[in-house]
Ligand binder design. Structure first.
Ligand SMILES: [Zn+2]
Length: 221
């Protein structure tokens, strides 16, 4: 098949319904001829993210982000593409994690990338393959970044239900029972936490990332 022409892309755009694409990421509620939900590109508590199916467009009146079905997917898939280029198949990011990253306002987004690389290069071989050199590198990384790594005690005491700490990976339900946690901030909205699950059954052991730092809505603010 020849290279896709611009006119073909236009045809795909007009044929691609925006609603099912967005609904994959955002919970929407019908409001007249439009649909509203919480914006996936910035942190908010009242919905200002609007989808207009008749026009095939989305627009956020909070942060100004807008476009069509294709630009919506491109925007959210940036981290996904980066992961495909830089990570092996032993670190898997759930859609929920990618969604969290897309709206993250964490002060150090590069730290997310550094953590993913460290999980892939050092944690996975340390944990699943018993690689001693990887273990040293991992522990040095943790210390350098002032992170803690370990099991999650109990579900955090907020509006999230325990079920949001489970993910489905290759047909199995896994508990997000471990996290990487930053220790540099007391501000709950700035806390760095990466929740993940360990799956021994695939690829000789896989780390499944269930959530990445975002500006979590919480009952304290
Ligand atoms: Zn927005």
């Amino acid at each position: 098949m020849a290279r896709i022409k611009d006119s073909s892309i236009e045809a795909v755009k007009s044929a691609m319904e925006i609603l099912p694409v967005v609904e994959d990421y955002v919970q929407l509620r019908k409001a007249g001829g439009t649909y509203k939900g919480l914006c996936p590109f910035h942190q908010e508590r009242t919905p200002s993210f609007t989808v207009t199916p008749a026009r095939g467009t989305f627009k956020c009146f909070g942060c100004g982000e807008g476009g069509d079905a294709i630009s919506f997917v491109q925007r959210l898939d940036n981290l996904g593409e980066w992961c495909e280029q830089h990570l092996s198949n032993r670190v898997f990011l759930t859609k929920r994690a990618l969604r969290a990253a897309a709206k993250s306002v964490h002060g150090d987004p590069q730290l997310i990338a550094r953590c993913l690389l460290a999980l892939d290069r050092w944690f996975v071989p340390m944990h699943f393959d018993g690689d001693a050199a990887a273990r040293e590198a991992w522990l040095a990384f943790i210390a350098r970044e002032r992170l803690r790594d370990g099991p999650v005690g109990t579900a955090p005491d907020n509006h999230r239900t325990w079920d949001s700490y489970r993910v489905t990976f290759q047909g199995r339900r896994l508990a997000l029972n471990r996290h990487l946690q930053g220790s540099s901030s007391r501000d709950i909205t700035r806390t760095f936490r990466v929740y993940y699950a360990l799956d021994k059954e695939s690829n000789g052991g896989t780390v499944v990332i269930g959530s990445l730092p975002e500006h979590l809505p919480n009952t304290l603010t």
